[in-house]
Design a protein around this ligand. Structure first.
Ligand SMILES: [Cu+2]
Length: 134
């Protein structure tokens, strides 16, 4: 009888153990969800070749977020492409500009990775669909 009880306890606990998240700390977590991020491409509409990506960071009150360190990673929605990387520089308060080379026409997305002046880590994904081929 004691064996049977143990078995039942095991049955009750086992599914819970399986459901516990695997504890994988996803590095894609956005540490600053209140920050508004805008991405504008130039030329507009974006075209294959060298262009400029302008990222605007604003706080929840609409004020510019200065002093962030910002990186961009451009990817396409299909496998087998090399991502393009770029560092952005703050040209105007809260406005960060990076040179990007769009190597192919089609649907792109940009991963924005910024360390804010207050130390928070911001991560966003922004779609840039329909890059035109020359
Ligand atoms: Cu591609």
């Amino acid at each position: 009888m004691k064996m049977m009880q143990r078995f039942l306890v095991f049955l009750a606990i086992a599914p819970m153990t399986i459901l516990v998240p695997s504890g994988c700390s996803k590095s894609s977590t956005d540490g600053a969800p209140d920050v508004k991020v805008e991405l504008r491409m130039s030329p507009d509409p974006p075209t294959v070749g060298q262009g400029t990506a302008t990222v605007t960071l604003t706080d929840k009150d609409g004020g510019p977020l200065r002093g962030a360190t910002l990186k961009l990673e451009g990817n396409m929605n299909h496998a087998g492409m090399k991502p393009v990387f770029a560092d952005a520089k703050e040209l105007d308060p809260g406005k960060y500009e990076a040179s990007v080379n769009l190597t192919m026409g089609g649907d792109w997305f940009f991963l924005i990775d910024a360390v804010l002046a207050d130390g928070r880590r911001l991560k966003r994904k922004i779609d840039v669909p329909g890059v035109k081929s020359r």
